[in-house]
Design a protein around this ligand. Structure first.
Ligand code: UD1
Length: 319
């Protein structure tokens, strides 16, 4: 029964990893500072060893990795605009915490650490889809910090022999993604607005594109990345492999939710990437990865989850 540490395990993606690990009988510890994660995300998942603390504190990092074989490092301050607004806080959450964790994992003899990288590393280089061999071109503090984190991971493999693998995520969405902050992911914000009869705001002309990826696909990729031998010091895209514009997303969600009207438009966001689409050949070859849930199916599941959680939160308003 291997033991896993999921950093940021009370967050959106982290909690899905925890759920999948528990379902197959693994032992799971979570470390989370609850900055954006919530204990409720782990509701019903019994047997989790929960450690509340901030990995930017190296004592917390050492306690978190004690006795652990695999680390799935999800803890981060995951927002481009938030990093533009507060580069120091996001640097601490995304880089200081990662270096502390890497040192602690090295010293504790962890077998492998899988790092949550970001598609934002590619920036606005013209070629699509993005392959891992392309030179990175970060456009925001967040993108740069996530890139530095993955480079630290590779360096720890080469310098100290700690096995690390980076999975570059592409705009992940799904149940438990929190729509309550202006920095939340666009799909969660759009679902909330349309469900409440409001029009969401599109920043820019709506023709920017993203490779929106349902969370189950990411879980599959990350768990394989922890298990497959011989892939240390590798960066691997995990995504759907498609490209959907914000306008298409808006119209599709309107159909699924049963809403109408036009969106509001605002100025483009500083640090925003124009187009993002993954080449997933490497994930296929190294991890045997294939996206098991399509964009459309993922949207339907996410809207359904949102409806249920709204109904559960306000039972007296249910008709
Ligand atoms: C970026 C990264 C992604 C990372 C995420 C962390 C890229 C290509 N992707 O996502 O890998 O996980 O940061 O947060 O860099 N938008 C609106 N209206 C809104 C909110 C957003 O139009 O109310 C637009 C944004 O301007 C952007 C798109 O929707 O063009 C997606 O935004 P968001 O969901 O915040 O993710 P990214 O910044 O693309």
């Amino acid at each position: 029964m291997p033991s896993y540490l999921v950093t940021g395990g009370a967050g959106f993606i982290g909690s899905h990893l925890v759920e999948a690990l528990l379902a197959r009988g693994d032992t799971v510890r979570v470390v989370d500072n609850l900055s954006s994660g919530r204990r409720e995300n782990l509701a019903g998942m019994s047997g989790v060893d929960f450690l509340e603390g901030d990995l930017a504190d190296n004592g917390v990092a050492a306690r978190a990795v004690a006795g652990v074989e695999y680390v799935l490092h999800q803890a981060a301050m995951p927002s481009v605009p938030r990093s533009v607004a507060d580069p120091i806080a996001s640097n601490r959450a995304n880089i200081d915490a990662t270096v502390n964790l890497l040192v602690a994992a090295r010293d504790a003899g962890v077998r492998r650490l899988v790092y949550a990288g970001s598609s934002s590393a590619y920036g606005d280089t013209p070629t699509l889809p993005k392959t891992e061999a392309m030179p990175p071109a970060p456009l925001s503090p967040y993108a740069l910090q996530k890139l530095v984190g993955e480079q630290y991971c590779g360096m720890f493999t080469r310098l100290y022999g700690l096995e690390t693998v980076t999975i570059r995520y592409f705009n992940v969405f799904g149940p438990r993604q929190d729509p309550s902050s202006p920095y939340s992911g666009v799909i969660s914000l759009f679902i909330k607005a349309l469900s409440e009869g409001r029009q969401p705001t599109i920043f820019g002309d709506g023709n920017q594109t993203r490779d929106f990826t349902y969370v189950t696909n990411v879980v599959d990729g990350v768990l394989e990345a922890a298990a497959v031998p011989g892939i240390a010091d590798t960066v691997i895209n995990v995504a759907t492999g498609g490209r959907v514009s914000l306008m298409e997303l808006f119209r599709t969600l309107q159909r699924v939710i049963g809403a109408s009207g036009d969106p509001a438009f605002g100025p483009p966001r500083a640090g925003d990437v124009r187009d993002s689409q993954a080449d997933i050949t490497r994930a296929r070859e190294l991890l045997g990865y294939a996206p098991s849930v399509s964009f459309e199916e993922g949207l339907a599941r996410t809207v359904e989850w949102f409806r249920r959680s709204q109904a559960a939160a306000a039972p007296e308003t249910r008709s």
